[in-house]
Ligand binder design. Structure first.
Ligand SMILES: O=C(O)CCC(=O)C(=O)O
Length: 696
């Protein structure tokens, strides 16, 4: 595709009109604005702002839909699912565009037109401005998607962030939805020493006044009173014979980077300050009833979710974001049983956000059957875990000791042990066993919710699972409020009984002074809807004991364990050697690293030589993620115990469930000396005799 395609039109001089908002590097025409010739249209009354933001209403802006956090925006707006970058594209089509912070030099916005750079190929300079470091061309997927949307006449949704200064006034929210736009032109310019792509958008709906138009500005001219024959001037280049539109008033330029006359006016470099040519700004594409947005600007997802619909209560659609019908804010699904606009307490890139809108949509959680989350329920062999993929560690199998459990043991050298108690039909179907626990957890209001990740690339990103902590407070990848065991349901306490049993059985015979047997005083319940998961992480906080036991309920999942990057490769991602390399079996270049370490420990070589040797070995390293070394299929009723502090220090694990609903109950020992004395009582519990588990 011709990336520098600029619409070709008849050359025609137009009445010059002012360019209301224009980047500081572009000069503004000084003439007085002529009034439009069309008959004045009365402004629509300004509705009061439902969120109570009367500043917005006073300014004459009609309500924009908005978000405070980027993840919430992309969660709720289907045409802008991107959590990073300014262009949302999917299937080679650009669907959404964000104008934020720096839209580049020679950018422009008015009530109907936006001219901006296309992202990509930029790095931030010391002032935080994006500087183009490589030439842009249509090889970039973002640019290609924009060209495709232009060629296919696909309207693009536009959002403006409050860091964008083009409008030269304070925007009401961090992210504000503008409207749908058509792409009229894409071309190239010289930006510094590089070639950058630029794009001109034109509002699709020309009939109504834009909410971001200046207060007191004229209403939009009705389409039937506009002159759509007025086109930007175009010219054929004498050098390359390709045509380009006249973008700037200072003179026509060839806008094809392959041409020797590219970005020159009469063969000379253009002046530094350029002014958009009025014909380029004021021409409008002829409205075409066939060009319609492919999405609702603001989807009404809630109207499609029927409370009585059992199939969707834990389906992927049920944890998409919605737009609050009251205050128009994008809200992620943070609660197990629905969406709440209030209780909004997020740390976003824009700072700490609180919201007091009382809207909430709580759904009835219809319990789903095991049949609907386990495909091979009653169809798979009664004895499970029969085959093991030789790519991963092979377990030791014991069918006797804990019958009817099958016990699989993995020894992870230098780190610890993983014990997998594979459940069976007879265990699962016992009264108060896994089948009953699965049903009870679905109906109980256990307090599950999604929390913001403490360390995430994009501030405000929520975990892809629901969580609630019981007993001693525990901060894993997020900070979760803890509920005392005295407030725990029977299902939670029975699960704790099972996990205590599994901890005892797995650790017996393996406990050491360094990794002693310590019974759990904390339980973290995780709930997974369809497509939720927990990515690689460790449970290696210093306040934790060495054992972590998990009970799986519901859908099958895959648990992977891998060595952490720095121990696998022998150096950090920043290429810094480890201060002390444990040289774990299975790490990259194990034999060479072990031999070198042995020579140093024996005193054959001094530390500098050891480090030089290590540098030479790890220089050959590949930078990819370490491969998983243990792969376990966790079925309904299974228990997994990880024992050994080294397992959390040197390794990390992830769990990816398969179907629509799964619970994981993980119990740990939290060192009481590390807990706030006021919280210690939360970890106290006494199990009733029938909540104590005996392995049957
Ligand atoms: O869902 C699971 O089985 C894993 C839970 C887990 O990794 C954790 O609680 O740290």
């Amino acid at each position: 595709m011709d990336a520098a395609r600029v619409y070709e039109t008849r050359s025609r001089r137009l009445d010059k009109q002012p360019h209301p908002i224009i980047n500081a590097r572009i000069s503004r025409r000084k003439k007085t604005p002529p009034r439009r010739k069309s008959a004045p249209i009365p402004s629509r009354p300004i509705p009061s702002h439902p969120s109570g933001d009367f500043r917005l209403a006073r300014r004459g802006w009609r309500t924009p839909r908005m978000a405070d956090c980027r993840p919430e925006l992309s969660d709720a707006i289907p045409w802008f699912r991107a959590v990073q970058g300014g262009v949302y594209h999917n299937g080679n089509i650009c669907w959404g565009f964000l104008l934020d912070a720096d839209s580049g030099i020679r950018s422009y916005i008015d009530d109907e037109v936006v001219i901006t750079r296309v992202g990509g190929g930029c790095v931030k300079d010391a002032e935080g401005n994006l500087v183009l470091t490589k030439d842009q061309d249509s090889d970039s997927t973002a640019l290609r998607s924009i060209l495709n949307s232009m060629a296919l006449n696909i309207p693009v949704g536009m959002i403006i962030g409050d860091r964008n200064t083009l409008l030269q006034r304070k925007l009401p929210h961090r992210y504000n939805i503008l409207s749908f736009f058509r792409i009229s032109h894409v071309w190239y310019e010289k930006i510094g020493k590089k070639t950058g792509a630029r794009v001109r958008f034109e509002k699709l709906d020309l009939a109504s006044k834009s909410w971001w138009a200046l207060k007191g500005s004229s209403p939009a001219a009705p389409p039937d009173q506009r002159n759509f024959d007025m086109k930007p001037e175009t010219k054929q280049c004498a050098g390359c014979l390709q045509t380009s539109a006249r973008v700037y008033d200072e003179g026509w330029m060839c806008l094809h980077p392959s041409c020797k006359l590219f970005w020159t006016i009469n063969a000379s470099a253009p002046p530094e300050t350029l002014t958009f040519h009025p014909g380029f700004l004021e021409s409008r594409l002829r409205p075409d009833p066939e060009i319609q947005p492919h999405f609702s600007l603001v989807p009404s997802l809630l109207s499609t979710l029927n409370d009585g619909d059992q199939d969707i209560s834990s389906a992927r659609i049920a944890w998409k974001g919605i737009v609050c019908p009251r205050c128009c804010r994008c809200i992620s699904r943070r609660f197990w049983n629905g969406w709440k606009c209030t209780d909004y307490d997020l740390q976003c890139s824009s700072g700490h956000v609180q919201n007091r809108c009382p809207f909430e949509k709580l759904t009835t959680m219809h319990p789903v059957s095991l049949r609907s989350v386990i495909d091979d329920f009653e169809l798979s062999p009664i004895k499970r875990a029969l085959f093991f993929d030789p790519k991963f560690a092979m377990p030791e199998i014991d069918d006797r000791t804990f019958f009817p459990y099958r016990k699989l043991s993995y020894r992870i050298p230098g780190a610890g042990y993983i014990t997998h108690f594979v459940s069976s039909q007879s265990i699962n179907t016992r009264p108060n066993g896994p089948n009953d626990l699965f049903n009870q957890l679905q109906v109980a209001d256990a307090g599950l919710r999604r929390y913001p990740l403490q360390q995430s690339v994009v501030a405000g990103t929520l975990t892809a699972h629901f969580a609630v902590n019981y007993g001693m407070p525990y901060k894993y990848i997020v900070s979760v409020d803890s509920r005392g065991f005295s407030n725990a349901s029977d299902a939670i306490l029975r699960s704790l009984g099972r996990l205590t049993w599994a901890t005892e059985q797995a650790v017996q015979g393996q406990s050491t002074e360094q990794d002693p047997l310590l019974l759990p005083n904390e339980l973290l319940l995780l709930g997974y809807f369809e497509d939720m998961k927990i990515g690689y992480h460790d449970d290696g906080e210093s306040s934790l004991g060495p054992t972590i036991a998990t009970l799986s309920l519901g859908a099958k999942s895959t648990m992977l364990v891998r060595m952490k990057y720095k121990y696998y490769h022998g150096r950090s991602k920043a290429k810094k050697l480890l201060d002390s390399d444990p040289v774990l079996q299975g790490c990259e270049f194990f034999a060479q690293r072990a031999e070198l370490k042995h020579r140093w420990e024996r005193g054959d070589i001094a530390k500098p030589e050891y480090d030089r040797g290590r540098e030479t070995i790890v220089a050959k390293t590949r930078t990819g993620d370490p491969p998983p070394c243990v792969k376990m299929e966790l079925h309904h009723g299974d228990l997994v115990v990880m024992h050994g502090a080294g397992l959390q220090r040197f390794y990390e694990h992830s769990v990816i469930p398969e179907k629509k609903l799964r619970f994981a109950l993980t119990a740990r020992y939290i060192k009481p000396e590390d807990v706030d004395p006021a919280e210690l009582r939360k970890g106290k519990f006494t199990l009733a005799p029938d909540q104590v588990y005996d392995g049957k």
